[in-house]
Design a protein around this ligand. Structure first.
Ligand SMILES: [Zn+2]
Ligand SMILES: [Zn+2]
Length: 338
C-alpha cells in the first residue's frame, strides 16, 4: 500500500519531469549550446519538481490555519519576505544541486572505498528478513535513526560558537511562520546535507526512499514553525514535535541559552529531548528571536540583517569577529564585547 502510493507519486513526478525536460529545458539548452549538462539537469529536475510540490502542499495546508487561529498577531508581514525566498531556494533544490555537483563525486568515491576495503556498514534491510525489508518498516527505522542524528546535529549547532553564528540566521526570525524552516545559512545547509547523506549511505538508504524521507521531514518541520494554534494534546505532543514545543526552542531566554545551550532540539520526535533531559513542555507563548536582538536594556539591538544577503554576510562577519576575539558572545551569556 505504502509502496504503491510512493510508486504512483514517483510516476507522476517522472512524467512531469520528462514533460518539462522535453518542452522547456531541452529547447533552452539547445538554443544556448549547453547540451553537455543535459543528463545531470534531467536528474536535478526531479528534485525541483518535488520541492515545488512540497511548497504548494505546505502552503495550501498551513496558510489557512495561520489566518484562522494565529498564535501571534503581527503589524505587517514584511519580515517574512526573506523566509519565502529561502524556502524557494532550499526547496527548489539549489542547495541540493550545488551539493550534487560538489559532493556527489566525493560520495561516489567513498562508496567504492567502502566496497573495496569492506568497510563495515549497516544494512537495515537484511537485519531481520521478512520484517526490516518491508518498505514501511525500513522507512520508519531510517526516519528514527536520521532523527537521532538530527537531534545531535542541532545540539552541536547551539553548542559550538562558530556553528551557532550560522544557526543564528534561523533563530533571528522574530515572526515565526510556515516559511521559517528553510531560513538557514547556506554553509550550514551544505554541511547538513553532507552529514545526512553520509549517514544515509552508511545505513543503506536507497535514493527513492531518501526523496520520501526528505519530503516527510520537510513537511513536519514546516508545521512546527507555523503561526497557528494546533491542539496536539498530551500524547501526540510526546510522539512528534508540535509547533508549541518548537516555538519554545525559538523563545528568547529558553530555547538557546543555559548550560545545555537551549531546550527542545528534537527535529521530528521529542523523544531524544526526553531521553537527554532537554525537553521543556511549558506552553507559555514567549517572544521569539535572539536576546541580543532586543532593544536595550534587555539586549543590545543587534541586527541580524533584514534581507537574505545581509543575513548570510553578517553570520560570516560574526564568525570572523569571534575567531579574532572581537566578539566573546556565546549563547547563554550577554555580549561581553559591547
Ligand atoms: Zn536551534
Ligand atoms: Zn526552528
Amino acid at each position: 500500500m505504502f509502496h504503491e502510493i510512493v510508486a504512483q507519486l514517483d510516476n507522476m513526478v517522472s512524467a512531469l519531469q520528462t514533460l518539462l525536460y522535453v518542452d522547456v529545458v531541452q529547447p533552452f539548452f539547445y538554443r544556448f549550446g549547453l547540451m553537455g549538462y543535459d543528463e545531470d539537469t534531467y536528474d536535478a529536475l526531479y528534485w525541483v519538481i518535488i520541492g515545488a510540490l512540497e511548497i504548494v502542499v505546505t502552503y495550501l495546508a498551513l496558510r489557512p490555519l495561520e489566518a484562522l487561529r494565529p498564535i501571534e498577531q503581527w503589524q505587517d508581514r514584511k519580515a517574512l519576505r526573506a523566509d519565502v525566498i529561502y524556502t524557494w531556494i532550499a526547496k527548489l533544490g539549489i542547495i541540493n544541486i550545488a551539493f550534487f555537483f560538489m559532493l556527489q563525486p566525493l560520495f561516489d568515491h567513498w562508496q567504492s572505498l567502502i566496497s573495496i576495503y569492506n568497510v563495515p556498514n549497516i544494512d537495515i534491510d537484511s537485519l531481520w528478513p521478512g520484517v526490516t525489508d518491508q518498505p514501511i518498516v525500513s522507512f520508519l527505522i531510517y526516519l528514527v535513526i536520521l532523527d537521532f542524528a538530527g537531534y545531535w546535529y542541532h545540539r552541536w549547532q547551539h553548542r559550538f560558537g562558530v556553528w551557532w553564528e550560522l544557526h543564528a540566521v534561523h533563530h533571528s526570525q522574530q515572526q515565526m511562520s510556515l516559511w521559517n524552516d528553510d531560513r538557514n545559512h547556506f554553509l550550514d545547509d551544505i554541511i547538513q546535507a553532507a552529514f545526512f547523506a553520509a549517514i544515509s549511505l552508511f545505513i543503506g538508504v536507497q535514493p527513492n526512499q531518501f526523496v520520501v524521507l526528505v519530503a516527510v521531514s520537510n513537511f513536519m518541520q514546516s508545521i512546527q514553525h507555523v503561526n497557528a494554534r494546533l491542539p496536539y494534546g498530551w500524547l501526540l505532543e510526546r510522539l512528534i514535535v508540535s509547533p508549541i514545543f518548537h516555538r519554545r526552542h525559538h523563545a528568547v531566554g529558553y530555547g538557546h541559552e543555559g548550560t545545555k545551550y537551549g531546550c527542545n532540539f528534537g527535529v521530528l520526535f521529542p523523544w531524544w529531548d526526553m531521553l537527554f533531559r532537554t525537553a521543556s513542555w511549558n506552553r507559555t507563548v514567549e517572544p521569539t528571536g535572539i536576546r541580543d536582538q532586543l532593544p536595550a536594556p534587555h539586549g543590545d539591538g543587534r541586527s541580524y540583517g533584514q534581507g537574505l544577503l545581509a543575513q548570510q554576510w553578517l553570520a560570516l562577519a560574526r564568525i570572523v569577529a569571534r575567531l579574532t576575539g572581537r566578539r566573546a558572545y556565546a549563547p547563554g551569556t550577554t555580549d561581553a564585547a559591547n
